[in-house]
Ligand binder design. Sequence first.
Ligand code: ATP
Ligand code: MG
Length: 358
Amino acid sequence: MAAARKHRIAVIPGDGIGKETTPEGIRVLEAAGRRFGFELQLTEYDWSCDVYAKTGKMMPDDGLDQLKDSDSIFLGAVGWPGVPDHVSLWGLLIPIRRGFDQYANVRPCKLMPGARTPLANRTPAEIDFYVVRENTEGEYSSVGGRMFPGTDREFVSQQSILTRTGTDRIMKYAFELAMTRPRKKVTSATKSNGITFTMPYWDERFEEMAKQYPGVTTDVFHIDILCAHFVQHPDWFDVVVGSNLFGDILSDLGPAVAGSIGIAPSANINPEKIFPSMFEPVHGSAPDIAGKWVCNPIGQIWSGAMMLEHLGEKEAADAIVKTIEVMLAEGGPRTRDMGGNAGTVDVGKALAEAVAKF
Ligand code: ATP
Ligand code: MG
């Protein structure tokens, strides 16, 4: 028998319900490994707000060094009341995203059976798209400053920076993703009618990239009307690409349109695989329900499926997503947020069993 394919995974459960969802994610990933012939080598890190309270650091100074040889990072959630967001964000998430050049933030927005979309009368076939956000530059450049503070000449400015490399590589990622999808369509989020240097450049690079993908159809919307279309015409979209700020907005709006926060997955990807990519549910640590073991583990499990796809285990990844869909459609166990009364572990176990039999 051929040796099993091995994937080294760094697991960071983090805070709150992250500690409840990650074990269920691992349970399903391991079931998929047994079924599809790969092995996971897991290393767990306790980096979290608890550790911050004891050590003053979210992760050790050599944290990135410890993670760099893993193939992927599987994260639960970080953040806890009492620890300011900028500490948990800038102490852990941002250093990992930036240090490992995870420039594509990718969120599938797919309506699952039984998910509570706020849009009336929408069927799963009508909401099935991806938001691709540029994750390293653009509006979040931190270049700028305040002049003449406290005087009546006071002013502030902040630069938005688009590099050709940074713009082209996120466009390319979006087009490549569209090529793997049946509809093969990319929508660009812009605002070139109001932001007169960077956004026309964004449009220009989008058009340029589109020429290299004649099989992909494209359209372009200004961010304001695009937000309205997400709500009114979610069926128009397949892959939507946005700059750091516009992508940030759309990557919260998209999963919201697709229903329950508990099931939405996300990925921070370094497509060239020079560095590990990171996979985490969209939701946070949910202090209001943490410790009760009632949270929905599906966002974590689906993030695990995205991780497997990135690691080249597409068959296993598809099987997990399909299993989630079938379980929800057939009235399998569901947590409170989806109108059921199952616990976190019940849902994880049911999915692991179904994946094993896939
Ligand atoms: P962030 O930490 O990203 O800022 P947040 O604090 O805004 O997130 P969450 O922690 O995601 O928000 O929680 C928002 C609401 O959604 C809470 O009421 C929480 O209980 C609920 N929620 C979040 N994740 C889940 C889940 N997996 N299952 C059930 N409910 C969830
Ligand atoms: Mg929070």
